[in-house]
Design a protein around this ligand. Sequence first.
Ligand SMILES: Cc1ncc(COP(=O)(O)O)c(C=O)c1O
Length: 381
Amino acid sequence: MSGFRIPFNRACLAGSEMDYIARAVENGFISGNGPFCRECERLLERHLPGARVLLTPSCTHALEMAAMLLDIRPGDEVIVPSFTFVSTALAFASRGAKPVFCDSRPDTLNLDEKLLPEIVTGRTRAVVAMHYGGVACEMDAIRSLTLEHGLALVEDNAHGLFGTYRGRPLGTFGSLAAQSFHETKNITCGEGGALAVNDASLVDRALVMRDKGTDRSRFLEGLVDKYTWVDTGSSYVLSDLLGAFLLAQLENASVFQEKRLRIWRRYMEGLSEWAGSSGVGLPAVPEGCAHPGHLFHLMMPDGAARRRLIGYLAERGIMAVFHYQPLHLSSMGRSFGGRPGQCPVAESAGDRLVRLPFFASLSAGDQDDVIEAVISSRAVL
Ligand SMILES: Cc1ncc(COP(=O)(O)O)c(C=O)c1O
């Protein structure tokens, strides 16, 4: 419980979650990769055409699988945005790679594709594109750069499920794409994730790595008469109890999405005039991008204005929060050579960005209160 009258996030229920969990218990199958998980994977595959989707315990685990599948090794470099969650870089760094931090575009805050040619070296193995707020990175430019240099393209699509770029779903551009079903995401099972394997040649190995490096999935399909240790891997399957919860959510996705997009548009309409006259930036959605209504942020003029706005809203029972602190300035980021001034856009966003309450069950009345409070904060900014 946040203690706020209007929290920043609230996980929303479709209604059938408890019923499906009870069914999983009655079925007697609650461990990994059971019937509910498989149904979730089929549903996700419909949203991500061409992908083989494997549920994982989190997006972080899916990114770790991606690093393992790409055979990332010590000495490799992997280009990641600085303005992202730790896992985008950690999954590759934990295999010994050096994360090379790329600054963001000032409009979308996504990895700035124009900077990529300067930071690709002979050691670069992969580029990780994270679609901030589900607004797509400039995928045409990023894809052509990765093709030109023979690099792997991975999508951290934690924010982007149901978003598109030039009509094509986010999560289908990289050879591998990671999804999150953490409590803060559009679709959740508390903690959960998925790896979308878009390169068919990686599917068999992904199945082995997800199941402790064994060929258990081939055994379950009756293709081998016993299963054994065949490759590296870990325990990356999701319990069917969580799969049951997730299926209820996925089946209700269109309802959640309609509500979220309506909330996003109301914020945009309600705050445009105030933002324009107060020097505050609102989210930018370039032509060709359709976002999934994941979050709504304000870019305040400076860090002090952000602090005052968050405090002003808190006094009115409204919880607003900041977001990523640039990774290149974290203590780990600095150990990889990160230094102040290296990614000025990410540094500025880290100081100035505020996210407003955003969840599918946010009522119109509560949203009006948030909008009114933001507009009336003018006096203290
Ligand atoms: C961009 C991004 N990537 C990865 C993650 C990690 O997701 P998970 O908690 O499912 O591991 C997050 C978490 O919020 C995120 O925002």
